[in-house]
Design a binder for this molecule. Structure first.
Ligand SMILES: C[S@@+](CC[C@H](N)C(=O)[O-])C[C@H]1O[C@@H](n2cnc3c(N)ncnc32)[C@H](O)[C@@H]1O
Length: 481
């Protein structure tokens, strides 16, 4: 660990005594990790198929440590196909504490760039609703792009303040993750910038922001629901003391023992003015093999059932109401989509395209916005009126007069189910050529639009004509260097 500032070292030595040197002494160099996307395959299948070195992660069954320090995992075909996410090893733990199950309503309040969101999406298996919110607009774009790559079909991506999300979705979610913006003490070894910017004032500022985000998370959670709070810092004010103060402000919450053995129990000495069972929380220090994380699992008291009015109606009907509201929020948009194509024409063209190439997705709720067609989650997108929506469901493509131009997102989400496909493998030299943006000779795709798959995992789409698949892989995603 580089020598941290005086404030950090004095604070941590006072709290830890002789343990300071042990806990902050990393056993080895910074380790890099990847987490397998359960929407694509099981961790064992990934480990058996991939052509680079891996070791199991001590933190999460779906995560692995990279053995080759020179590897650039972001250029690998499986990364392009959303088979894995590059994730700092200790960051793979918090999302799993929520025990998300298919069909639930899940909120990730501070989601970009989307590592933990991807884990939540994998746990949902495409059923239920995942609301992924990011406050910083540019980062919300990165979040959207990552969730597209990971093939997430049931996400509503928002670019909002946490207060506005809470106001729109009162007591709505079964599970909420707050991976708070923090002072980043767990980034000191990896990011010299985190060390340079660090100060007592930054810790105080992050603690105050984290407290207000937690209050918003509490409002969005249904009675009986679970809230996971995590940071990548060691500062007491942002960790145990933050949780203690939250419990004091919110007597309707209790802290649960975090269901993980990762790292070590949280520390009573860090609770400050509001002591609680800090040993139920977890903290991962560099000596545990990850850069650093703190996490707590909290439950809102209540009978665990959705509000009565909601309960009376079947879940599918509730979702339909959500979907209808979603349409309402765009009711002010013109019926004419642009390009001289009416919304009805755009819809008809999009539906015909889906029926031909993606008959399964054609059965899902569809929504036309302008000339674009979206495939929505079966349960709709919830009451998102008036919010800044970055993405709702899957963009299928857009209509021009007499033809439908499919979108990359559609093939990343449903490519494995496409009726026409060019099937590649990792070893096939056409895979690398495809990712460089080149046209490739067709072997399995019939003429027309085709999904391009590597070992069955989607790498976007192209158009087969004359025995060649013309490349539609987005320019910004290609392996150009
Ligand atoms: C620790 S990062 C989240 C990392 C993410 N959960 C992941 O695993 O990829 C915290 C996020 O909070 C966002 N943030 C910054 N200011 C915020 C605010 N005022 N309210 C909510 N989120 C904020 C940051 O832009 C950042 O993306």
């Amino acid at each position: 660990m580089p020598v941290p500032g005086e404030y950090f070292e004095a604070r941590e030595r006072a709290l830890l005594g002789t343990r300071y040197d042990v806990l902050y002494a990393a056993p080895c160099a910074v380790r890099r990790g990847v987490t397998v996307n359960g929407l694509r395959c099981a961790p064992q299948e990934f480990a058996a198929a991939v052509d680079f070195g891996l070791e199991p992660s001590p933190f999460c069954d779906a995560a692995f440590l990279l053995t080759d320090p020179q590897l650039r995992p972001g250029r690998h075909a499986y990364h392009h196909a959303g088979v894995f996410y590059v994730q700092e090893p200790s960051a793979s733990v918090p999302a799993g504490l929520l025990g998300v199950r298919p069909g639930e309503r899940v909120l990730d309040l501070c989601a970009a760039p989307g590592g933990k969101t991807s884990q939540l999406a994998a746990a949902l298996r495409g059923e239920g609703l995942l609301v992924a919110n990011e406050y910083v607009a540019a980062r919300a774009g990165v979040l959207k792009s990552n969730l597209e790559r990971m093939g997430v079909t049931n996400a509503l991506v928002l670019n909002e303040s946490t207060a506005r999300v809470a106001a729109a979705f009162p007591a709505f979610f079964d599970k909420v993750l707050v991976d708070a913006p923090c002072s980043g003490e767990g980034m000191f070894r990896k990011e010299p910038e985190a060390l340079r910017q660090h100060s007592a004032a930054l810790v105080a500022q992050c603690a105050a922001l984290g407290a207000s985000i937690l209050d918003d998370a509490a409002a969005a959670l249904r009675p009986g629901g679970l809230l996971c709070y995590s940071t990548c810092t060691f500062a007491p004010e942002e960790d145990e003391a933050q949780v203690g103060a939250f419990l004091a402000r919110h007597p309707e919450f209790t802290v649960l023992p975090a269901p993980t053995n990762a790292g070590a129990p949280g520390e009573a000495a860090r609770c400050g003015a509001h002591p609680f069972a800090a040993e139920h929380t977890r903290r991962i220090y560099p000596c545990h093999g990850g850069e650093g994380h703190f996490m707590a699992l909290l439950q809102k008291r209540g009978d665990g059932a959705p509000p009565e009015a909601e309960q009376a109606r079947p879940r599918a009907a509730r979702g339909q109401r959500g979907a209808k509201r979603g349409r309402d929020m765009r009711a002010c948009r013109p019926a004419q989509g642009g390009n001289g194509v009416s919304r009805a024409e755009a819809r008809a063209e999009g539906e015909a395209f889906l029926r031909e190439y993606f008959p399964g997705a054609a059965q899902l709720p569809l929504e036309c916005r302008g000339t674009e067609l979206f495939v929505l989650p079966r349960e709709g997108c919830g009451p998102a009126e008036g919010l800044r929506v970055v993405q709702a469901g899957v963009c299928a493509g857009s209509a021009a007069r007499g033809r439908f131009v499919p979108a990359h997102h559609l093939f990343m989400a449903y490519g494995a189910q496409c009726a026409n496909a060019e099937r590649l493998t990792l070893a096939d030299p056409r895979t690398a050529a495809w990712l460089r943006g080149e046209a490739i000779p067709a072997e399995t795709a019939a003429p027309g639009w085709a999904a391009v798959l590597a070992d069955g995992f989607p790498l976007g789409f192209g158009k087969q004509s004359g025995g060649v698949v013309k490349n539609h892989y987005p320019k910004g995603l290609r392996n150009l260097k």
